[in-house]
Design a protein around this ligand. Structure first.
Ligand code: IVH
Length: 726
């Protein structure tokens, strides 16, 4: 018998007692692969190691090769297939794909006006009960219609003009998050279910993709939406498969043989139960406070917009009752029951006043456009990166040009292109008015560019103060070990004054030396020492990221830490072992190897450890999969102010231990961590009888070994295996 694992996903635990027929075996493998893919892509909580998934996948492939008649359209092996097309076939939408009206008044009055309009159109009297609204995000991607017949994905089409779209099925099949077959019992599947939603690209995926394109000297994408649109309309499915896409469902097209839930929020829940990704950032604004609830959602999401992993351009409010939606109907091409409230644009026009050179941590010279200040993505931007000389030339940027500047999330602002006259003037040849300097503007060392490299570099190495400063700032940043208060000005002084040459020097700083610095009061010197002390307790991914290894960003650092579990194993891993890590390719593997092959870099790691920098480690990989971590599969909610841990810190610790942090309390919450001034979340947790912890309780939980780990896995070894004190 195949046993469900501890999370309920059917797993290939033991070989079945009686031999299965090939057909049963194929069905069993498909079932397991669907369940694991759902956990991996949609729930973001894998239940088996990648290698185990690959093993099941290959077993199914082999079986299908031997018995081609067993190959089904919804088989997980059938995601990447299909041929290069000449063009896309046209698809007529049975139910037209509409757009939403945009409400420009983003104040409370805007939401109130929407509510008033809905009530008027429903001919509701003053004293009639209030209307409920569902509020959700307006994803910045492209609309897609997924057609499931008897539970199986049979077609995916773009919106097109709303009446006719394009058949992009073979590209959409490559999107791991989109189920090829619905979850749940087959008798619950509708005869026809068209799911509408947005295909988008996450910001980190977008950055990674552009980084890859840049490295290869290939065309970069202007923004995640364009990258996603390009991938969906890619004629070669093999290329589409390499573009990391995601999906959120938000509505319906044609439906047959299904009792549609009576509310929009209920519909989204039902779609999630079918295994479709539905964004958790949504709410229902009830009753008299309806309009206020909508405005509160708009504001709360606006404040968190930068922290979301994907771009949104606003929020959408929808009348929650489907019966009322039907009663309200449509005007021209827009439903009367929905409205979008937009946020300030993340792209704006401004002028390039000059092009400066910045020297980075790895000696890379980056041309940076000095801009006429412009308000974009919620902040005033005065500088924007041009990445390298080739990007600058490809975009044809010149001093004096009007350019499009983009700032989204915490990503550094970027010049995405030059505004061209419309219609385009006969293309005058591009004559750049900027040259790359031959000598480093900081240390005057020679600037070189290696063959096949797009970047110019200063050859000064750690002789170059700019590189040393950047290395320290990188290590000290919030996303690395976080040394609060160690900003640019202080680092300038520390490096220029010769107090800090390498990272471990930071931990040798004393009160005397610090307080003697320019404009440094005793109090702030003391604060820096406390911050340094605090930074010593970190996590392996933060530490690894903080070392500033070329090509090792946050995501890669996390993957490496998860895979190897310890810094020593990473330092010693040969390239082929590094290549086994998700998303680590030859360039990254080589860079990691090169870094740790240099004795002085290992020395830095040793000295930092000797200085007391520490983190929890665990056994390597297959095993290091999420299931063995102390908080694997657990959802926690943070509320109130904790005595020592900041919110982000607590979140990072929980995530490093395999847990998830949710924004709101529900029956599914495992623990609520409450600090001072905890409010309604605590009350709700009490009402639901949930486990409530204080900071000490959380720390104890983090240090505890996981519950009974699944068979064949190794329990985690919390703490520092080399026995060094934290
Ligand atoms: S509902 C009948 N919900 O916005 C209403 N659309 O202007 C149909 N969009 O093309 C759309 N997030 O691509 C809806 N949560 C959301 C959305 C959303 C993004 C896009 C969609 C559509 C456009 C409508």
């Amino acid at each position: 018998m195949s046993q469900p694992d501890m999370f309920g996903a059917p797993v290939d635990a033991q070989a079945p007692a009686a031999p299965l027929t090939p057909a049963d075996e194929a069905a069993r493998l498909r079932e397991a692969l669907h369940a694991h893919a759902h956990r991996y892509y949609v729930l973001d909580a894998p239940s088996i190691p990648d290698a185990e998934y690959d093993r099941l996948f290959q077993a199914l492939q082999a079986l299908e090769a031997a018995h081609p008649e067993l190959r089904t359209a919804d088989s997980p092996t059938q995601r990447v297939l299909g041929q290069v097309l000449d063009g896309f076939a046209s698809v007529r939408h049975v139910v037209p794909m509409l757009s939403i009206r945009t409400e420009t008044d983003t104040e409370a009055t805007g939401a109130e006006a929407f509510d008033a309009r809905v009530r008027r159109e429903l001919a509701l009297l003053e004293d009639a009960p209030p209307v409920d609204y569902a509020a959700e995000l307006k994803f910045d991607g492209l609309a897609i219609n997924l057609r499931y017949e008897r539970g199986v994905l049979v077609q995916a089409a773009t919106r097109g003009d709303g009446e006719n779209g394009e058949d992009v099925t073979q590209n959409i099949r490559t999107v791991g998050q989109i189920p090829l077959r619905l979850q749940g019992p087959a008798d619950a599947w509708p005869a026809v279910l068209e799911v509408r939603g947005e295909v988008y690209m996450r910001r980190d995926d977008f950055e990674r993709l552009n980084e890859r394109q840049r490295e290869r000297g290939e065309k970069t994408f202007v923004n995640p939406r364009n990258a996603a649109a390009g991938a969906v309309r890619q004629l070669d499915p093999a290329i589409a498969a390499q573009r990391p896409l995601s999906f959120f469902a938000y509505g319906l097209g044609e439906v047959q043989g299904w009792a549609i839930p009576p509310t929009h929020s209920g519909l989204l829940d039902a779609l999630a139960a079918f295994g479709l990704p539905v964004c958790a950032e949504r709410t229902v604004a009830h009753g008299a406070s309806g309009a206020q609830g909508l405005v509160a959602f708009h504001q709360a999401m606006g404040a968190r917009r930068d922290q979301l992993p994907f771009d949104i351009d606003g929020v959408v409010y929808k009348v929650n009752s489907r019966a009322l939606q039907e009663q309200l109907g449509f005007v021209t091409r827009e439903p009367r029951w929905a409205v979008a409230h937009k946020y300030p644009a993340q792209e704006q026009l401004t002028q390039v006043e000059g092009i400066d050179i910045q020297v980075g941590r790895t000696g890379k010279l980056t041309p940076v456009a000095r801009l006429k200040p412009v308000f974009v993505g919620g902040v005033t931007v005065t500088n924007a990166t041009l990445h390298n000389l080739f990007e600058l030339r490809r975009k044809g940027v010149r001093v004096g040009d009007t350019v499009i500047v983009r700032r989204a999330g915490d990503v550094i602002p970027e010049v995405v292109g030059v505004l061209r006259s419309e219609p385009p003037a006969p293309r005058a040849p591009y004559v750049p008015n900027f040259r790359m300097p031959r000598h480093c503007p900081i240390c005057a060392s020679t600037v070189v560019r290696e063959r096949d490299e797009v970047n110019h570099r200063c050859t000064g190495g750690l002789f170059c103060a700019a590189q040393r400063k950047q290395a320290v700032l990188h290590f000290a940043q919030r996303r690395a070990v976080e040394i609060e208060g160690l900003g640019e000005k202080l680092v300038d002084q520390l490096i220029d004054g010769g107090l800090v040459r390498t990272l471990p020097d930071l931990y040798k700083l004393g009160l005397m030396k610090l307080a003697a610095l320019d404009r440094m009061a005793d109090k702030s010197a003391q604060n820096i020492l406390v911050a340094l002390e605090k930074s010593k307790l970190t996590t392996l991914p933060r530490f690894l990221f903080g070392l500033g290894i070329r090509h090792v960003g946050e995501a890669t650092a996390k993957d490496l830490a998860r895979h190897f579990g310890s810094i020593d194993r990473i330092m010693d891993a040969p390239e082929d072992q590094l290549l086994a890590v998700r998303d680590v390719g030859p360039v990254v593997a080589k860079s990691i190897r090169t870094f740790f092959d240099q004795a002085h870099n290992r020395e830095v790691v040793e000295q930092l450890r000797a200085a007391g920098v520490s983190w929890a480690e665990h056994e390597p990989s297959a095993e290091a999969d999420a299931a063995t971590l102390p908080l694997a599969g657990k959802t926690l909610v943070l509320t109130g102010t904790l005595p020592t841990l900041g919110r982000e810190e607590a979140k990072a610790l929980i995530e490093a231990a395999g847990g998830k942090v949710a924004g709101s309390v529900s029956k599914k919450t495992h623990h609520v961590v409450a600090g001072a001034e905890a409010g309604s979340k605590l009350e709700k947790a009490q009402a639901l009888g949930l486990s409530i912890l204080d900071e000490a309780g959380l720390l104890a939980l983090l240090a505890a070994p996981a519950g009974q780990p699944p068979a064949g896995t190794v329990p985690p070894a919390p703490g520092n295996p080399d026995g060094s004190e934290g």
